[in-house]
Design a protein around this ligand. Sequence first.
Ligand SMILES: *[C@@H]1O[C@H](CO)[C@@H](O)[C@H](O)[C@H]1NC(C)=O
Ligand SMILES: *[C@@H]1O[C@H](CO)[C@@H](O)[C@H](O)[C@H]1NC(C)=O
Ligand SMILES: *[C@@H]1O[C@H](CO)[C@@H](O)[C@H](O)[C@H]1NC(C)=O
Ligand SMILES: *[C@@H]1O[C@H](CO)[C@@H](O)[C@H](O)[C@H]1NC(C)=O
Length: 399
Amino acid sequence: MRLHLTLISLVSCVVAQDLGVPLSWRKFNNSRPLSERITIAQNAINQMTPQLNSATGEFNGIGYWQSGNVWSVLANQDHLAGTTTNKALVVNNLNLVFSRWAHYDQFQFNDDAMWWAQAALYGYRAYGDTNLLAHAVDVWTHVTGYVITAAQASARKNPNKSFALESTCNGVTMAGGVFWRPTTDDQSVNSVTTGHVLYITLSAFLAEYTKNATYTNAAILSANWIKSHNINANNLVLDTVNAFDCSTSPATWLFTYNSGKYIEGLSVLAAVTGDASWNTLMINILNAAVKTTAWEGSDGIITEGVSTTSNNDGVGFKAIFIRGIHEAWTRNPNNSALRILIHSYGDVQILTCDSTTLFSTLLRMAARIPSNWHGPPQAFTSWGQLAALDVLTSNIDTN
Ligand SMILES: *[C@@H]1O[C@H](CO)[C@@H](O)[C@H](O)[C@H]1NC(C)=O
Ligand SMILES: *[C@@H]1O[C@H](CO)[C@@H](O)[C@H](O)[C@H]1NC(C)=O
Ligand SMILES: *[C@@H]1O[C@H](CO)[C@@H](O)[C@H](O)[C@H]1NC(C)=O
Ligand SMILES: *[C@@H]1O[C@H](CO)[C@@H](O)[C@H](O)[C@H]1NC(C)=O
């Protein structure tokens, strides 16, 4: 059963989507004022920053790509709160890490490099620092060597790869696919690389900031690749396609951030191009992603990446998902049904935990959040904190 919180007429331009909020979701609204939401989110950040290793620009207890995402949320916190509280840390450390690793590519993974480039772009958005924009352009240019162009798909050859590509998979061109790794023999083209930063989100943001059509066209090419190759029948974004033999990751490999990063990229691409079809696609995926049983129960709380005893990648995925749907919220001010859905989903995760249990006390006192959003409370972990930061910062806007 769905609760319709808005007038149908408001969404009639968005095809026949039922954007209603499931009534089974846990408490999906609250009356915390803006100033309190800003404080809660910054307090949570302040629990994380003591974990910084100032020699490396990375954080104890989490991986390299996850550390990049901490810088993202610090920049976004300032952007949304209208503060500069985190500016020096963000700018100095994004510069430090860029100077340590060419193209931000410490481990020869294009997606790692792009998580950091994305952080640099958010830093540019928050502070207008043009060095950060230049870092993002550098990574974009580097990874562009690993994007399959239309000509390469036809010729079955990418200059940075040692094997013959498939021109098409299931009858659709492989143009726009992005290789996961720069190593010459790695064959994976995964949608986190594509959907995520480079060819959709990075490109779309760069197009917006520079008005350079090269980035717009790149974003469109890769957005089309995802649309044609990598969305399942339930409107969720899949993981990997192998460019050598068209084999794919198992259908059960469903991760929040693949859909989340695509949602973010399409939100920006729709704004940059004025092409509403990207927004329609985005809303279909978002509506599916917040209601799927793949990663949440009927209460709406994300169960992906629950790991109380050690870090894992998935704990970082759900933060990126929430950040992605926040971008959809900011880009669709007139779509009330969509905004209520995003607001409700965001609130359900952490902010409205009921006062007798888990988070309310934590939020007020220590701002330490466990990786399991059903609780129970536990001692601070870097990975649990990482997962929560984007939720609390996004809630500044969406609540
Ligand atoms: C939450 O939503 C319900 C249903 O619309 C409403 O009755 C209630 O007043 C709302 N609570 C807050 C705190 O906004
Ligand atoms: C990838 O290919 C492009 C185009 O030939 C080239 O400019 C670039 O240097 C290559 N990158 C690497 C790391 O070899
Ligand atoms: C547009 O961006 C591309 C890729 O970075 C660059 O090669 C080109 O010089 C840019 N064009 C202009 C007019 O700045
Ligand atoms: C929202 O609606 C207002 C008033 O009709 C309009 O001026 C504005 O351009 C719309 N914004 C978007 C992003 O569609």
